[in-house]
Design a protein around this ligand. Sequence first.
Ligand code: PEP
Ligand code: MG
Length: 594
Amino acid sequence: MTFSIHGLAVARGIAVGRAVLVASSRVDVAHYFIATDQVESEIQRVVDARECVIEEINKLQQTLPKDAPPELAALLDVHMMLLQDEMLASGINTWVRERSYNAEWALSSQLEVVARQFDEMEDPYLRERKGDLEQVVERILRHLKGDHNGLPQRGSVEANELVQQQDLLAGEQLEVPLILVAHDLSPADLLQFKQSVFTGFVTDVGGKTSHTAIVAKSLDIPAVVGARTASHLIRQDDWIIVDGDAGVVIIDPSPIILDEYSFKQRQAKVDRERLSRLRHRPATTLDEQPVELLANIEMPEDTKTAISVGAVGVGLFRSEFLFMGRDGQLPDEAEQYRAYCAAVEGMKGLPVTIRTVDVGADKSLDRTSKDESHLNPALGLRAIRWSLSEPGMFLTQLRAILRAAAKGQVNLLIPMLAHAREIQQTLSLIKTAQHQLDAKGEVYGPVKVGAMIEIPAAAISVRMFLKYFDFLSIGTNDLIQYTLAIDRADEQVAHLYDPLHPAVLRLVADTISACRQAGKSVSICGEMAGDPAMTKLLLGLGLRSFSMHPTQILSVKQEILRADTQLLQKWAQDVICSDDPSLLLEQHRNSKSV
Ligand code: PEP
Ligand code: MG
């Protein structure tokens, strides 16, 4: 039966494929495709592992003390029964034979199938047997992993949920496109999908500008986040459609719906081809105002995409992605230096703005999805606050960036500043890093130093920032979160996360205007910059530098080519003074004015 789930659209496009559910097994599960001649041996692996568990339970049954509670004996009987259940075995064989899944993947997929049947049972006693089934499967998985102490050990569910996605690397010959469905994925985990086989993904949680969503966008595959119950309602191997434009996931689509979506897919392809012709066109408005279109990147390799869409530099290199997903092991100076040089070289002489590490909130260093150990991580020791509390780490990063600046044009960008004291400490540490390099005789280059304006306090005291910095970059993702008191990662309040709230627009407009008056450059590097619906408003407010995910550059350029900033100025002032800016934007779009 066809049904749909609504979430938040974060990465455009349409994907049609079979769902791969990330199982919440407490054991790491390797996922890879096997060759046809491995089918029998793979099935045999499961049979052997299952035999081992049967033997274990047999032993336990025989050595059970006489005074053991009767429930224990009954429980072991249930485990034995589940182990020998035909449905488990035959299902596993099917996944291996028909889908070429490896043994562990087949086992965890079949666990999902059988567990759902338990969920649907009316009898509460039988329903609760699902837990036993999970324990039994966990034991088999441990044997498959070569851990012959099959007893379950509690680990972090989230950490293991991410199923070693490296195993699903591109290059595998896939006949059926696969779509990843998960409850949650941390940004670090998502990074591993950069080369994965998935053609789309869906998560239950996450807001539109959560870091998970931002990384999803950089994968350039259709994605929907905040789909709440998706991972419960979608079953392993279901056919699904991910509509990344509308934020909808359609499960078990009928042939008519499939036809409609394949038409949309073809249409999107035509649109992309049309846009790609703009690649070499300079981004200049109808009244000859040049506009700078820069790329946001997470890894040095992303510079390839940035160049391919005609970005004229990197406006935001989120360096924290070099620090994440490595179990807290920080990259040393040499490793960071190599990464920064790779980005500089990748941009072929164009400027690269490297932001110092911004971990915390929904970007934790290890693989757990969120820092839940603190009361309110988004308001806690995040970004520059963390860097200033770890001066050794910060100096290492600064030295690596300064040295990379000898290879090309590098700007240094500092996230989440609010206080004069933080600014002074930061600038003083930059000087210390330079002295350390002098003392070692290391070559380094000049850098322009900029601050992100992403806390309302910073926007309101923008003139103080202008005294200290060469340029400013407005981080609207956080500016909106902190102005409106909305956690950007929380899908439950996503409807209140409003880039067009008059207070947000006022802070953005005042920051742009203060920079222009001071003759200093200002850019926006939050998601607002990559939203074509916002382009004309921002041009009208005087913005001439936009930094965004590379996939957005050509759509924003199209808007710029059709805009006249002379005409937009007055209108933009009306919009920011209105109680309902979204209405004015809508009217403007419908009137097709330039
Ligand atoms: C922002 O806050 O707008 C920004 C660009 O930084 P990040 O999204 O990495 O927090
Ligand atoms: Mg930010």
